[in-house]
Write a protein that binds this ligand. Sequence first.
Ligand code: ZN
Length: 380
Amino acid sequence: MSWDPIYLWFIIPAAIILSVAALYGLKPSKKSKAESPFTEALSCLLAGDKKSAMEKLRQVVKEDTDNIDAYLLYGEILREMKQYRKAIQVHRELTIRRNVKAKYQVDIQKSLLLDYHLGGYHREALKYADSLLKMNKKDTWALTKKLSILEELEEWHEAGETAKRLQSITGKTDKTQLALYKCMEGIKIVSTGKEHDGRLRFREAMRLDKECALAYLELAASYIRDERPGDAIAIWKQFFQILPDLAYLAMDDFEKTAFDLNRFQELEEIYRGILYKDPKNTRAVVALARFLDRKGETDTAIEICQEGLEKSPESLWIRRNLFRFLTSQGRFEEAAQAGLEVLNMVIKEKEEFICSQCGHISDKPLWHCPKCKRWNTFRF
Ligand SMILES: [Zn+2]
């Protein structure tokens, strides 16, 4: 059997119509006979006239009750029109017929899968995906559909297994995706109160993808819920090591927990560690400076901000904090300088006029845009 590329099924019925039209369309012209109703139906569809197409197809099956192509197409039009129940009815009727050629069996099942899936009957759709896979274990179309059905059903374990199979057939390994399925599985499990079982999934996700941020965050959150803050801190530390650029996602929780445990002395070391690995991490600069300020070491906080600005001069966030620290220390002249720098960054020295249509920027007021040639598009 042949399997269609996935995209073919997304542009149904256009693709089918075109190919079948080419097949059927040539015959009558040779004999210069009138077009068959089936060809007429295809022409109607190409012209976007679904109603007439359906009428023609009804005519076709009245004359030839074994014309499976016509039934399939009729059902597909119904599905296109979001009349899923009716599409299912038409396609199901084909399954109880006898003497339907084997080549149609696959098409019928595929149609039913799509009818049920798009109609929101995912459990039913799943049955057809499985039955297609029974016929051909390597049917990537069916596997892809099965995967999206399982995602709808939030059956993450099965989804992960299906993705794995798909990846092994297509040869495209994507551990990141597999790790995310594991995380989703874990999240679903912890939502039922089984924290320990969930954590095992998060650990598995980390094994699949060392850089799976979600796994670290969820694992730490689970430890917090289980009143094991020390374990949560250990996970966050690992997270900061491996993904310093994403460290900010956990900084607030980490700080709060560290303070609760009276382990705030570790914060400084950790923030410095992040900055060592990722000197342009403006969030770590601010976190470290704020911590030092809280500890009463505001002068050091100011130095940290100034050093941070050397690496990331564009950071307004560092500048704002620098301004605050300088003010609190009574270093007003420096504060004024820092404030002015912020203002210079956000406000241009000269007046600017912007075309509301194309975004053209001009330093002179204009009533006729030189770029998009429209009139009166500049707001004053
Ligand atoms: Zn313009």
